[in-house]
Design a protein around this ligand. Structure first.
Ligand SMILES: C[S@@+](CC[C@H](N)C(=O)[O-])C[C@H]1O[C@@H](n2cnc3c(N)ncnc32)[C@H](O)[C@@H]1O
Length: 206
C-alpha cells in the first residue's frame, strides 16, 4: 500500500464506501460479530465500520491495517466505542502475534485484496486459539460460466488499480475451506451492487 495520495484516497474510500457496504450486510454482521468475546483480531479494518457490531464482551481489539492513513480514524472509532485497541503494522500475510493468541478473527471485504490469500488464511489459523472463530463477510466470484463471471474477469485489472488491490473474481470460500479449519459454515448471498454482488459470509472454527 505504501504512503502518498493513493493510500490517502484508499483510506477515504474505505471509510465512505465501507460504511455503505456495511449497511447492506448489517444483519449478517450483527449475527456474526455481535457474539464475539475476548481478544479480537481484525484484518484490514479500513474505516473501522465494524466497531458498531461488537458487544462489550470484546475486551481487546487488535487491527492489522497496512494503510497508515487509516490508523488515526481507527484509533478514534475504537475510543468512541470504548474498546482497548492496538494496531499492528504490516499485512495479514505476516501477523506479529504469537500462535493461538486470539479468541476470534474478523475479515470483511479483505480477502478480495490481500496479496496472498493462502498465506493470510494460514496466519489467521495460526493466531486463533483452538476453538476460536474466524468470521468473515466477503464479496466473491460469480458462478463459473455466467455473464457476471466474465464481466468480473474483464474488469479485474482496472478494478484492482482503483480498489487498492481488490479482485472481484476470487473463489474465496474454497480458500477458507482449504485453510485447515475444523469446521466451516458458509452462507452465499447477493447484495444490490454491480460487479461485486455475490458474497459469502461464514464462520471457520479452529
Ligand atoms: C475494501 S477495504 C475493507 C475495509 C473494512 N474491512 C470494511 O469492511 O469496510 C479492504 C481493506 O483491506 C486492507 N488490506 C489490503 N491488503 C491487506 C493485507 N495484505 N493485509 C491486511 N489488510 C489488507 C486495506 O488496507 C483495507 O483496509
Amino acid at each position: 500500500m505504501g504512503t502518498g495520495w493513493y493510500a490517502r484516497l484508499q483510506a477515504w474510500l474505505m471509510a465512505t464506501l465501507g460504511a455503505h457496504h456495511s449497511r447492506l450486510v448489517s444483519e449478517r454482521k450483527r449475527a456474526l460479530l455481535g457474539g464475539l468475546e475476548g481478544r479480537v483480531l481484525e484484518i484490514g479494518p479500513g474505516g473501522g465500520v465494524n466497531f458498531e457490531f461488537y458487544a462489550a464482551t470484546v475486551t481487546e481489539w487488535i487491527g492489522v491495517e497496512p494503510n497508515p492513513y487509516a490508523h488515526d480514524r481507527l484509533r478514534a472509532v475504537a475510543a468512541e466505542h470504548r474498546v482497548p485497541a492496538r494496531l499492528l503494522d504490516g499485512g495479514a500475510e505476516s501477523i506479529a502475534l504469537p500462535d493461538e493468541s486470539v479468541d476470534a478473527v474478523v475479515s470483511t471485504l479483505v480477502l478480495c485484496s490481500v496479496g496472498d490469500q493462502r498465506a493470510a488464511l494460514a496466519e489467521v489459523h495460526r493466531v486463533l486459539r483452538p476453538g476460536g472463530r474466524f468470521v468473515f463477510v466477503e464479496h466473491v466470484a460469480a458462478p463459473r460460466g455466467t455473464l457476471l463471471r466474465r464481466v468480473q474477469r474483464l474488469v479485474r485489472a482496472p478494478w484492482r488499480v482503483a480498489g487498492g488491490g481488490c479482485e472481484p473474481d476470487r473463489e474465496t470460500w474454497h480458500a477458507v475451506e482449504q485453510a485447515g479449519f475444523r469446521r466451516v459454515t458458509l452462507d452465499h448471498f447477493r447484495v444490490g451492487l454491480p460487479v461485486v454482488s455475490p458474497h459469502v459470509a461464514g464462520v471457520a472454527e479452529r
